[in-house]
Each structure stands twice: as structure tokens, then as C-alpha cells.
Design a protein around this ligand. Structure first.
Ligand code: CA2
Length: 153
């Protein structure tokens, strides 16, 4: 079994594919999970994919990741732009973090241009829709020392 990666999703992402397909695409969160899991399996990683509308639950999961995961891929949804508490949790857990967003934040309202969590992320992937999660898993694979070319190293 490979290293485990937490893929955490914040508020309203459970609505994916159901509302606002013009902004976020027509893939559901289940489709996103499958994409991430497929790429992870190719890279010898295991995914623990979760979504919560609650900031506190996301913080609990970040804390849980310490000791049970090799890294965290996170789409914090709107908490990206508001939450010092998520920033503190991610900084405290001392695991590699890859930030992912479905939409290109920088083509949207200016309040979406700032991310509280970006300073503790190794990098940020935004604007590629559901495929961004596969790219984020790939980035995490290279960070945790797995080959990112597709083999099960
Ligand atoms: O582009 C992203 O992935 C975002 O993290 C999505 C957040 C938004 O607040 C961020 O600025 C960018 C919103 C997630 C809400 O998703 C919905 C999906 C369908 C219908 C309504 C909301």
C-alpha cells in the first residue's frame, strides 16, 4: 500500500455539478474523487477524500492528518479567503500542502485573489476544473517522493 494523502474539500463543494455548472463545471464531487483516486492509484498513493461545510471539522481533519497522512491536498472553498484558523492548522501540522481550486481565482472577484492558506502551500493549482485535482495529486506525489510519470514506483 502507498502513502496516504488527505484530499479535503470545504463548504458548498458538495453542490458541484448540481448548481452553477458555468463556473464550476458539470463534474460532481464524486467525479472529482474518482479522478483523484485514479491518478493516485497510478502513482502508488492512497487517497482519503472528504468534504465538510464546517470550518471546525476541516481543522479536526487537518490535525488528524498528522500521523496518518503524508500530505494534504486542499480546496478550502470560500474559507480560502477568510480563514486564519485553517492557515494555523495547516502550519501546525507540518505536512506538505497542495492548494487546489476548480476555478481560476484571478479571473474572478478581487476578494478571491487572496488566499490565507497559500503561504503554507508548496503550490497552488487553479482554473483546470476537476482535472486540477489529478494535477494536485501528481504534484503531491513528487513532493512525497513518488514518481509523477505514472508508474507505481
Ligand atoms: O474554485 C474553487 O474551487 C473555489 O474554491 C470554490 C469555492 C469558492 O468560494 C472559491 O473562491 C473558489 C466555492 C465552492 C462552492 O461550490 C459550488 C458548487 C456548485 C454550486 C455552488 C457552489
Amino acid at each position: 500500500m502507498g502513502s496516504k494523502i488527505f484530499v479535503l474539500n470545504g463548504p458548498n463543494l458538495n453542490l458541484l455539478g448540481i448548481r452553477e455548472p458555468r463556473v464550476y463545471g458539470s463534474d460532481t464531487l464524486d467525479d472529482v474523487r474518482r479522478l483523484a483516486e485514479e491518478r493516485a492509484a497510478q502513482l502508488g498513493l492512497e487517497i482519503d477524500f472528504r468534504q465538510s461545510n464546517s470550518e471546525g471539522e476541516l481543522i479536526d481533519w487537518i490535525q488528524e492528518a498528522r500521523g496518518s497522512a503524508a500530505g494534504i491536498v486542499i480546496n478550502a472553498g470560500a474559507y480560502t479567503h477568510t480563514s486564519v484558523a485553517l492557515l494555523d492548522a495547516l502550519a501546525a501540522v507540518e505536512l506538505p500542502v497542495v492548494e487546489v481550486h476548480l476555478s481560476n481565482l484571478f479571473r474572478r472577484e478581487t476578494f478571491r485573489h487572496h488566499s490565507y492558506i497559500a503561504p503554507v502551500a508548496a503550490g497552488l493549482i487553479a482554473g483546470f476544473g476537476a482535472r486540477g485535482y489529478a494535477l494536485a495529486v501528481e504534484a503531491m506525489a513528487s513532493i512525497v517522493g513518488r514518481a509523477a510519470s505514472g508508474g507505481s514506483a
